[in-house]
Design a protein around this ligand. Structure first.
Ligand SMILES: [Zn+2]
Length: 222
């Protein structure tokens, strides 16, 4: 089973991808993680991407598409299926993915749009603090550290990431609405989209995702 998870920052995509990976063995292909891996491994694509990032510019879609294509083709992704996270992020990437499916003889079974109103996302994101040393993430109201501003794991001080400052949060949500919502419409037009209410408990969201994927799979096999 191959899935695309779409959702704004703070919607809980990471949590759901983790559950899907742990319980049914889907391989998460997260564009952010893959970027970092390619850059660290200093591959040609990684070096190219880094040049744009170092100049404060967006990595062109062509580079992103090539990086993702490489992972989608991998044996690891093909074994039990995969979850795409952070890709396709814009309409040209969605079109490229449709072409890839034909070339690679791979099928996306379902596209899941995880949805939460913006006000709730803002409150979820704005309480977030992170440990710069071990990467642990806490939330001042939902998941507070045992001691204020100190990491439970490694006793390092906690910080609000620059991405989670109020202005940055508004900007991230705006970018999501502008560039990624057309992708949602694209898949809706193709009859592949299921909207899932991500205000629910993570466990219930997980079950909704599985149900949506199963429904699409049985429809496709008829
Ligand atoms: Zn820590």
């Amino acid at each position: 089973m191959n899935l695309i998870l779409i959702g704004p920052p703070g919607v809980g995509k990471g949590t759901q991808a983790e559950l899907l990976e742990k319980r049914i063995g889907l391989k998460t292909l997260s564009s952010g993680v893959i970027f970092r891996q390619e850059i660290e491994a200093e591959t040609d694509l990684g070096r190219l991407a880094k040049r744009y990032i170092d100049h404060g510019r967006l990595v062109p879609s062509g580079v992103t598409i090539e990086m993702m294509a490489k992972r989608i083709r991998s044996a690891e992704a093909r074994k039990n299926g995969f979850i795409l996270d952070g890709f396709p992020r814009a309409i040209d990437q969605a079109v490229a993915l449709s072409e890839m499916e034909e070339d690679m003889d791979t099928v996306i079974d379902a596209v899941i749009s995880l949805e939460v109103p913006d006000e709730i996302l803002v409150s979820r994101l704005s309480g977030r603090v992170g440990c710069t040393k071990c990467g642990a993430i806490y939330h001042m109201t939902n998941k507070p550290p045992k001691r204020d501003w100190v990491c439970d794991n490694c006793n390092s001080p906690l910080f609000v990431r620059s991405d989670d400052q109020p202005d940055a949060i508004q900007q991230r949500l705006q970018i999501f609405h502008d560039t990624t919502m057309p992708v949602v419409s694209y898949y809706e037009g193709m009859g592949m989209l299921t909207r899932v209410d991500a205000r629910q408990e993570p466990e219930k969201v997980y079950l909704d995702i599985l149900a949506a994927a199963a429904a699409r799979e049985s429809k496709a096999s008829q």
